[in-house]
Design a protein around this ligand. Structure first.
Ligand code: SAH
Ligand code: SF4
Length: 392
């Protein structure tokens, strides 16, 4: 899709997004929808019927819900709606990765990425527009915080991903098998909406994913992690990125408030509260050349995580314009991996997927916003050609 055409389309979508005072049923959990129907004087099982129409069949028009009475369909059409966010751009990578820039109400963009791998397909979902936590190597953090996504906007990313493959109509089976809350934003800072959306991801009447296949990733909002087990039992990933507080204080600023020992203790307590005792925390570690990727730091990390119930996921830094960081060499990644593996850890290295479409945290949105600014400058007659030509 050509950049300028795409922005025109996005602008139109944003401009025409309807703002209504109807209840958006897309983001309601089973319990909330049951309450909605009993408040209308209807039976609770109406909620189950409507959930299946929305989440199993992708239906948005109440008139198509043929197992509801005509009078209920008419009433729903007056007071409710099923409104997913709009796709502003869709990009397909040569390796099968698909990425969306999604226009949400208020004129902002968030992103979602679907990464197929064999018989799995992992959808990476955003939880906020921007992020307030400002990790120094993160493109989303650099965009600042705008607002929380609603539950409908979070689950709407799953709805849109499935819809984009026409999977409901074609009966093509499961388009999304795993969901990771690793797109834009800090999920634990949008607690209620994220918990609602995750409950729909796991609900048989919605997406029916096993709780092991839904992963919440946090950079360490400890008070909310402390209460997560009361509300959810999904898998947990902790974004550590440093083996000690001195370094983590610098690159993950929330560490100054909630240091490593508190974070790891809170994550362990979350695991301990689960009925499945075999579960572990995924420790995410973004490798930044010359910052946290030395052999000594790998040893320090091994010592820190000794006897901790975890697996480690190494993420070579994904570069973006003016990041100030570099991706380490393949050798540096291998050396780091080797030290941890020799120490007995299960260690994976995240392979880069969708490189040709910038399929990394916050990057497509960064690009689209950048193109808009360039177009604005151009329209204003201040055409900055160095920027125009630097588009990747
Ligand atoms: N806010 C949450 C989830 C979103 S970020 C969190 O921080 O965990 C998802 C993961 O991508 C995090 O581990 C984050 O540190 C990592 N990440 C962010 N920017 C990155 C980049 N440029 N390169 C590699 N990993 C990055
Ligand atoms: Fe926010 Fe996560 Fe990015 Fe940190 S890494 S700024 S917490 S989105």
């Amino acid at each position: 899709m050509a950049g300028s055409d795409a922005m025109t389309a996005a602008d139109q979508l944003i401009a025409t997004s309807p703002v209504t005072d109807r209840v958006n049923l897309l983001g309601l959990t089973r319990q909330q929808l049951e309450t909605f129907f009993t408040d209308l004087g209807e039976k609770r099982f109406r909620a189950q019927q409507v959930m299946k129409w929305i989440h199993h069949r992708g239906v948005r028009d109440f008139e198509e819900m043929t197992d509801l009475s005509q009078s209920l369909r008419t009433q729903l059409g007056e007071i409710a709606e099923i409104t997913p966010p709009n796709i502003a751009e869709q990009h397909d990578s040569q390796d099968g990765t698909r990425k969306w820039a999604i226009a949400v109400e208020g004129g902002s963009l968030v992103e979602a990425v679907l990464i197929p791998e064999g018989d799995r397909a992992t959808l990476c979902v955003s939880s906020q527009v921007g992020c307030s936590l400002d990790c120094t190597f993160c493109s989303t953090g650099k965009q600042g915080f705008q607002r929380d996504l609603t539950a409908a906007e979070v689950i709407g990313q799953v709805w849109l991903a499935i819809n984009s493959y026409d999977a409901w109509q074609s009966g093509k089976g499961r388009v999304v098998t795993n969901v990771v809350m690793m797109g834009m934003g800090e999920p634990l800072l949008n607690f209620d909406n994220v918990v609602s959306a995750m409950s729909l991801m796991c609900d048989d009447l919605a997406y029916g994913l096993s709780k092991r296949k839904v992963t919440l990733s946090t950079s360490g909002v400890v008070p909310n992690l402390d209460r997560l087990a009361e509300w959810a039992d999904v898998s947990l990933a902790v974004s550590l990125h440093a083996p000690n507080d001195a370094l983590r204080d610098q690159i993950v600023p929330i560490n100054r408030k909630y240091p490593i020992a508190r974070l790891l203790a809170s994550a362990r307590a979350y695991l301990d509260a689960q009925t499945d005792k075999k579960r572990v925390v995924t420790i995410e570690y973004t490798l930044l050349a010359g910052v946290n990727d030395s052999v000594e730091q790998a040893r320090e990390l091994a010592a820190l995580l000794k006897d901790y119930p975890c697996k480690i996921n190494l993420i070579p830094f994904n570069d973006f314009p003016n990041s100030g960081y570099q991706r380490p060499s393949g050798n540096a990644v291998s050396r780091f991996w080797q030290v941890l593996t020799d120490a007995g850890f299960v260690v994976t290295v995240r392979t880069t997927r969708g490189d040709d479409i910038d399929a990394a945290c916050g990057q497509l949105v960064g690009e689209v916003v950048d193109r808009t600014r360039r177009a604005e400058r151009h329209r204003a007659g201040r055409g900055d050609h160095s920027l125009l030509e630097s588009g990747r």
